[in-house]
Design a protein around this ligand. Sequence first.
Ligand code: DI6
Ligand code: FE
Length: 406
Amino acid sequence: MTDWDLLLTDARIATMRPDLPDYGVIGDGAVAIRDGAIAWVGPADQLPARSAAATLSVARRWITPALIDCHTHLVFGGDRAHEFELRLQGQSYEEIARRGGGILSTVRATRDASHDELLAAAMPRAEALRASGAATLEIKSGYGLDADTEIRMLEVARQVGATSGMTVRTTLLAAHTVPPEFADDPDAYIEMICNELIPRVAEHGLADAVDAYCESIAFSAEQVERLFECATDAGLAVKLHADQLSACGGAELAAQFNALSADHLEHSSIGGIEAMARAGTTAVLLPGAFLTLGETQCPPVAALRENGVAIAVATDCNPGTSPLLSVREAMALGCRLFGLTPEECLAGTTRRAAHALGLEDRGRIEAGTRADLAVWDIEHPRDLSYWLGRDPLAGLFIAGRDVSLS
Ligand code: DI6
Ligand code: FE
């Protein structure tokens, strides 16, 4: 019997421990893994004399926690490259949406797609995110907008996790936009979600949380409030697409329900940010959507920092506003577009992203956490936010298993 399953040596380690400054760096370190978890981590000269079934030198490469993409819409039919061209010709996102394009065009393509077709389209996207260093993804529904298709999307999302070996957290986003069947009565659609969909989803354990799009082209704060009451009653966590295109009181609403996260936040008020701080709600910033939509108003990063709100960064991978398939690239954009520091971006895709998903067992490298580790060909962790266009991933371990080549 050996003490450890695997010992990684000759490593520079960015532990991302919250109690340490400067990425929690260990300049010459080792990580020991047992039963899928980290058994020991520290400086090489303090390595205890234990036996390991296998030892692997990472040759001075950097080890960080594997990345976590805490906001994606990875499962969908079709794509929206044509609308991308229309927007470049001057049509706005809202205009296209009001004409029945936008989210509703993806809804049509998703309703037409079978389980297997949705899975076949989603898997290469999940693999691209994994190749960027991710071991954990959140995937939302929201392109079905009827009970059966929403459930199909969640089942496909769960299967993406089972097939890829990544952890997938699923989120019911039935309140993404008003479906055509309820165009005259959006309140009745919210009632359908509350009375039919949430109970079915909760009964079968298909979603970990409930999300909504609070926006003039989607749902009002009052409608989201009703939805969040139902979700909370069903024991599901909530999160919110908040204040992306206009100020809707989204940050305040998310805080009122102790949401895991409020996402986007470009138009949030200072009062909303203060409420998030009191509630412990994470701010998930999404530079890919900001870039694609050509937005000019940045999220209130200074106020988030001043109030001590945890900042996460994610891809928002979706066909309409953020066709972005690299978590690391989202970090690079977070620095350039929002003025985040490279360290904030790495924290934002590791321990902050874990917290935004309610997962406290990962996102930092310390004894007892999951052995989800990324190995990088870089000279410093800041390089992860510096490079554009190439993900310098040299290895990936998920629960201690080397998945680099699979
Ligand atoms: N996330 C969303 O859900 C919406 N915008 C965003 O950033 C819309 C996605 C879409 O257009 O399909
Ligand atoms: Fe989104």
